[in-house]
Design a protein around this ligand. Structure first.
Ligand code: CDP
Length: 196
């Protein structure tokens, strides 16, 4: 069975948690596409060569979730050749047999416009910054500034900007618990699975 769940949205909206839960629930493979950009960003050197030569070790680095790695990721993510180098791998992953969940910024719009389910997971910048601060610590004001800066760069870039696909279902997690957000996503996938 080919079945793709595309989950897009801004930083720290809850995409990762929802994606992992949906993948677990239905036995689908999961790809955190942000990790690809983070790995390119922290590798240093020419980002286009880094994207073309990305290795499993690059993706296993333990510093990929830092604020700095997030910023580095969004800076290399504006480069069309970097995005092009990562495209085929993501497309193949999306259409692999057995079902796949991919979370990122352009999954429903560019990587897999034919995805069976498209979710756009969002929340207010303050709520998202608070969640990220609980994860990484430090100064919460700085985390909020970082989230806003990255949103602006991701939404404003020319190539594959962050936006909800026209046929995406929007889930605003500002006032939802993790369980509620996951339950909504699971219900949408279940409803679509019945139809395939
Ligand atoms: O976890 P969080 O939402 O903070 O970020 P992430 O998903 O790990 O993505 C890090 C950065 O990579 C984003 O801010 C984007 O600039 C870039 N990215 C992208 O351009 N396209 C994707 N499909 C995924 C991430």
């Amino acid at each position: 069975m080919i079945f793709t769940v595309a989950i897009d949205g801004p930083a720290a909206a809850g995409k990762g948690t929802i994606s992992r839960a949906v993948a677990d629930r239905f036995g689908f493979a999961h790809l955190d596409t942000g990790a690809l950009y983070r790995a390119v960003g922290v590798k240093g050197g020419d980002p286009v060569l880094a994207a073309r030569g990305l290795t499993p070790e690059d993706l296993a680095r333990d510093d990929l979730r830092s604020l700095e790695a997030g910023q580095a990721a969004s800076r290399v993510a504006v480069i069309p050749e970097v995005r092009a180098a990562l495209l085929e791998f993501q497309r193949r992953f999306a259409r692999r047999a057995g079902g796949a969940v991919l979370d990122g910024r352009d999954i429903g719009t560019v990587i897999c416009p034919e995805a069976e389910v498209k979710l756009y997971v969002t929340a207010s910048a303050e709520v998202r910054a608070h969640r990220r601060w609980l994860e990484v610590g430090g100064d919460e004001t700085r985390v909020l500034a970082e989230v806003r800066e990255r949103d602006a760069r991701d939404m404003g870039r020319a190539d594959a900007p962050l936006r909800a696909a026209d046929d995406a279902v929007v889930i605003d997690t500002s006032d939802l618990s993790i369980e509620e957000a996951v339950a909504r996503a699971v219900a949408l996938v279940e409803a679509r699975l019945v139809a395939v």
